[in-house]
Design a protein around this ligand. Structure first.
Ligand SMILES: *Cc1c(COP(=O)(O)O)cnc(C)c1O
Length: 473
């Protein structure tokens, strides 16, 4: 806005910086001590048009690999495509412009959707109560373990030990340690399942819980889960379900029916939030009745038909996240669940399992499965037939626009036995058959290169600006 030669901010008037805001009536600049105030208006920023800026950042964004620009079969991570329509829901002004400090009674829509989402998560997992607050899977684990600790403290029966299988994701023992437990590792048997005999021996009176994911991080269903649950419960211990692999069994079986007492769900793996790059996710925790009094706060409750936050529960472990948790992430999950419905979720899991088995079968002559049996949503493939190794193989996939699968073995994730070179591949349900066949073709190409030109694999990736950023050799 201009009046005569004056402008609102005075930006076009030559002179000292302290003049800049004078005409706008803004005295802020006077609060800056002269020693720190800028003396010149120009600070020499480059003059660039909008289109150049957009191109610059678009180019930078394409330097990172994402599920929007290529396959991302990173096992254990469920890097599936997430429909953009859920972002539209999260962007609705009533949600997007809400302020964390707004009085709860002006956030009715958020609490309404939260209350419904809690119910859906309970329905999918077979649990009785749910809190959406934790910020990620690992945070959900911490919340779940703190609840378990509070439960035994309340029973005046402190149990300092948590059991974790050797195939567990690294966050499981880390969370157990953070929650103040001593962690003991249960070995796997020759079939890649929990060694029941060992488990039985390790279930002593000081064991608070056994943490398990099913299907496991080897992509295998723990087919003795009912027996495991009975053993754990007979010992007075609880069974924790790491829900990171829920994508394999939504709508087919429920952790609650398998005997689990507490579950976390990785919303960013299973329910439609883009995952990776350290962006926000969410790790709701759901529990059976026995643990419900200890849930973190706030939990959405419905009173006289109106959903609202419930903050005060005497035995709760308290708040573990500021304000309302990661609202936009949870709204996307709500949108996804409503869109998919029960049959859609079941179909997603069935296709995730089908796709993984298709890859496992088609790749078997190059990368034979470590456990030769049907897998669930991910397949553990051996690099034993490679002249180089699974690691070099994975590096070369980058050159062809495929994100490397999760590497397993020496120097990577800890796995049982002498697994030196293997990869965990998870295609997800959102890759088409054409995309899977394309990926199989690339795997074949790299396999042939491994046989004929292993020097290339040792240098790969050769098409990227930076190679082997995480390796010194
Ligand atoms: C990803 C993952 C976790 C940790 O979840 P975050 O959301 O990354 O904190 C735990 N367990 C398993 C099996 C996982 O795959």
């Amino acid at each position: 806005m201009t009046t005569g030669s004056q402008t609102l901010l005075g930006l076009h008037r030559p002179g000292a910086a302290s003049d800049v805001f004078a005409d706008g009536g803004d005295n802020m600049i006077r609060l800056v001590p002269p020693a720190f105030a800028r003396q010149r208006l120009s600070i020499g920023l480059p003059e660039i048009s909008e289109v150049d800026v957009v191109r610059h950042f678009t180019r930078l964004s394409l330097d990172s690999h994402g599920v929007d620009n290529g396959p991302y079969p990173l096992g254990s991570c469920t890097m599936k495509y997430n429909p953009k329509r859920n972002d539209e829901l999260a962007r609705l002004p009533g949600f997007a412009h809400a302020h964390p400090l707004q009085p709860p009674n002006t956030l009715g829509g958020v609490w309404e959707l939260f209350e419904r989402l809690q119910g859906m998560i309970c329905e999918i997992t077979g649990m009785d109560a749910c809190c959406l607050a934790p910020a990620a899977g690992a945070h959900g684990e911490l919340a779940g373990l703190l609840m378990i600790r509070a439960h035994y403290a309340h029973l005046k029966n402190p149990r300092p030990v948590v059991l974790v299988p050797d195939s567990a994701h690294g966050t499981n023992p880390a969370s157990a340690a953070m929650a103040g437990f001593e962690c003991r590792i249960v070995p796997s048997d020759l079939r890649g399942r929990v060694d029941i005999v060992e488990l039985q021996r390790m279930l002593t009176s000081d064991v608070a819980a056994f943490m398990l994911t099913n299907p496991s991080t080897l992509g295998l269903f723990e087919d003795q889960i009912i027996e495991i649950a009975e053993l754990v419960h007979a010992n007075g211990s609880l069974l924790y379900y790491d829900g990171a692999n829920l994508n394999a069994l939504m709508g087919i079986v429920r952790p609650g029916d398998m005997g689990f007492d507490v579950v976390h769900v990785n919303v960013h793996k299973t329910f439609a939030t883009p995952h990776g790059g350290g962006g926000p996710g969410a790790g709701p925790v759901a529990v059976k009745k026995v643990l419900a009094p200890y849930l973190p706060t706030p939990v959405a409750v419905r009173r006289e038909g109106v959903a609202q936050p419930h903050e005060v529960t005497p035995m709760s472990i308290g708040r573990i996240k500021s304000f309302h948790g990661h609202v936009a992430v949870l709204l996307r999950a709500y949108g996804y669940l409503r869109t998919m419905g029960a049959s859609g979720l079941r179909q997603a899991s069935q296709n995730a399992v089908l796709n993984a088995n298709y890859l496992q079968h088609q790749l078997a002559h190059m990368l034979p499965p470590v456990y030769d049996q049907l897998c669930k949503h991910e397949a553990l493939l051996s690099g034993a037939r490679l002249r180089t190794s699974a690691r070099q193989f994975a590096k070369r996939l980058i050159d062809y626009g495929i994100h490397p699968p999760t590497l397993v073995g020496a120097g990577c994730v800890y796995f049982p036995g002498d697994l030196k070179s293997a990869m965990l591949i998870e295609p997800t349900e959102t890759e088409s058959k054409a995309s899977l066949d394309y990926q199989i073709g690339i795997f074949q190409k790299v396999f042939d290169e491994d046989a004929t030109d292993d020097a290339l694999l040792l240098r790969a990736p050769v098409s990227r600006k930076i190679a082997r950023i995480d390796l010194t050799a």
